[in-house]
Design a protein around this ligand. Structure first.
Ligand code: PEP
Length: 269
């Protein structure tokens, strides 16, 4: 199965000059990755999600590479245009050069109170505008401590079930345009990680739940995110239930991103 390694740059870097520096390093690193992939027949799809203000420049620069570009969010209000100050629609994200968008990141759920209803609207706008969706789910520390992980995940995956109910004609296309990223909130940016065994069991549950929604969803890609770095990537990559990684902090340095991508690239041989 093809692996995916996605860099979520969040609200970084600060300036266009800093973006250029990171892109220069990345493009050099990426050509190394592409060499590894060619040599080993491994498959690892890379993707970068820069801030919206840098999206057009980054996507234009990455056009010459195999790396895809993603938004970090889209408006829930309208798929195209409207009187929604401060918002950016799925159509505008596509126009800026992205082919995917992250949705439901825990920071958006936490700071913008994104509900399942809101996320269903965003997912519908993104997918109907031709944007693939990296849909983030995961439990908080308190929910983890209370053994509620699977209940929380089931509740968050209800968005996918509702989407299917509303757009049954799109079910068969979902394995190629919807990726689930399991990101325990307590592991994001903290340096704390669940064991690979825990992640593997949770991914198995996610895959079984999706397959229960529709037979065609039995091949969905499920990524792990939360403090993945150059040192621990190999252990996650070695587990067949883990199809790749959504990477925050470590994606802001080309060498650590390269190391993570190489780990998944080689594990997918
Ligand atoms: C994230 O924000 O999606 C993430 C996984 O961050 P980090 O890798 O820094 O934990």
């Amino acid at each position: 199965m093809q692996a995916w390694v996605i860099g979520n740059w969040k609200q970084n870097p600060a300036t266009s000059d800093d973006v250029d520096v990171l892109l220069n390093d990345l493009c050099a690193a990426i050509s190394d990755i592409e060499q590894v992939s060619k040599d080993s027949s491994a498959r690892c799809q890379l993707m970068i999600a820069p801030s919206l203000v840098h999206l057009a420049a980054v996507s234009s620069r990455l056009k010459a590479t195999s790396v895809l570009c993603a938004g970090q969010d889209v408006s829930a209000h309208s798929a195209s245009t409207g009187a929604y100050t401060g918002e950016c629609s799925a159509q505008q994200v596509v126009d800026a050069g992205a082919t995917w968008t992250i949705l439901g990141h825990s920071e958006r759920r936490q700071y913008h109170q994104e509900s399942n209803d809101t996320l269903l609207q965003k997912m519908t706008h993104a997918l109907t505008q031709g944007l693939g969706v990296v849909f983030c789910i995961g439990e908080t520390q308190a929910q983890y401590d209370g053994n509620q992980t699977l209940t929380v995940i089931d509740n968050q995956l209800a968005v996918v079930k509702a989407f299917i109910a509303e757009q049954p004609e799109l079910i068969d296309s979902l394995p190629t345009c919807l990726i689930i990223a399991y990101e325990p909130v307590w592991a994001i940016g903290t340096g704390k990680v669940p064991t690979v065994t825990e992640v593997s069991a949770t991914h198995q549950h996610i895959k079984q739940t999706l397959a229960g929604f529709a037979d065609s969803l039995s091949t969905m890609t499920v990524l792990y995110g939360g403090s993945v770095n150059a040192n621990n990537a190999n252990s996650f990559a070695a587990d067949p239930m883990i199809d790749g990684a959504l990477v925050g902090g470590a994606s802001l340095k080309a060498d650590s991103f390269l190391t993570i991508a190489t780990a998944f690239s080689q594990a997918s041989i």
